[in-house]
Write a protein that binds this ligand. Structure first.
Ligand code: ADP
Ligand code: AMP
Length: 227
């Protein structure tokens, strides 16, 4: 059977990572976050990390060529055989075209592109309240998804931290970069008939329900592994 690639699109803070973690449980395919991969490369001090840090600190996008190769290498890993949930990639039309071509060479294609829509005001509120586990990358929000124990991860006990690029100045710039460079992807995927809009302003479980509905509609084979 062909792999199921689900591409989550939405602005920084829309809830892609939160929903991807829930979809991993429901669908049994891995979550691939280019942001998490780059942050790990930065933490390890690899050559990719050193290059990426220069852009990430400013809230700019890392050069396209580096990203597409990184994702294709990750998708070639055995755990991605049945598919993957992509979060934060593609982020430019160049990346989308390069990704589509790379998949086509292997006889594969994207199944669906759910667009998690959230207003600018809410995005800023979500980014400013976001806390992340340093160890397992689990995502919390001090109001909407607070950890049981202040500053510790519910799942692994790791220390929680706030991303530097979530501070107001850089967060605003990242949203501008999103509007300029990533928003054009909405039309790109709409024209291909792949885009499905989901109301990202609802509660976390409600957004999950909507996402599962659009995924099951286009990939009847992708049955929930829940229960
Ligand atoms: P993204 O991966 O799109 O940048 P995240 O999943 O990290 O977004 O979510 C951003 C912040 O908003 C996090 O603090 C998360 O806990 C919170 N959040 C996610 N979805 C919702 C929601 N539906 N309602 C309220 N807060 C949410
Ligand atoms: P994220 O965790 O998705 O918010 O991404 C954090 C940062 O990593 C972004 O601001 C970019 O600098 C970089 N990044 C993540 N994904 C990509 C991508 N697909 N293309 C270019 N840069 C990216």
């Amino acid at each position: 059977m062909k792999p199921t690639y689900i591409v989550l699109i939405g602005a920084p803070g829309a809830g892609k990572g939160t929903q991807a973690a829930m979809l991993v449980e429901a669908l049994g395919i891995p979550h691939i976050s280019t942001g998490d991969m780059l942050r790990e490369a930065v933490a390890r001090g690899t050559s990719l990390g050193l290059l990426a840090k220069r852009y990430m600190d400013k809230g700019e996008l890392v050069p396209d060529e580096v990203i597409v190769d990184m994702v294709m290498e990750r998708l070639a890993q055995p755990d991605c055989q049945k598919g993957a949930i992509l979060d934060g990639f593609p982020r430019t039309v160049y990346q989308a075209e390069a990704f589509e071509e790379a998949l086509a060479r292997e006889g594969k294609a994207i199944a669906v592109v759910p667009y998690i829509k959230v207003s600018m005001e809410k995005l800023l509120e979500r980014l400013s309240g976001r806390w992340i586990c340093r160890r397992c990358q689990a995502v919390y929000h001090m109001v909407y998804k607070p950890p049981k124990d202040d500053k510790k991860c519910d799942l692994c006990g790791g220390e929680l931290y706030q991303r530097e690029d979530d501070k107001p100045g850089t967060a605003r710039h990242r949203l501008e970069v999103y509007f300029q460079q990533t928003m054009p992807l909405l039309n790109y995927y709409r024209e291909k008939g792949l885009l499905r809009e989901v109301d990202g302003e609802k509660s976390i479980p409600e957004v999950h329900q909507e996402l599962m509905a659009v995924i099951q509609e286009v990939t009847p084979g992708a049955e929930s592994s829940e229960g």
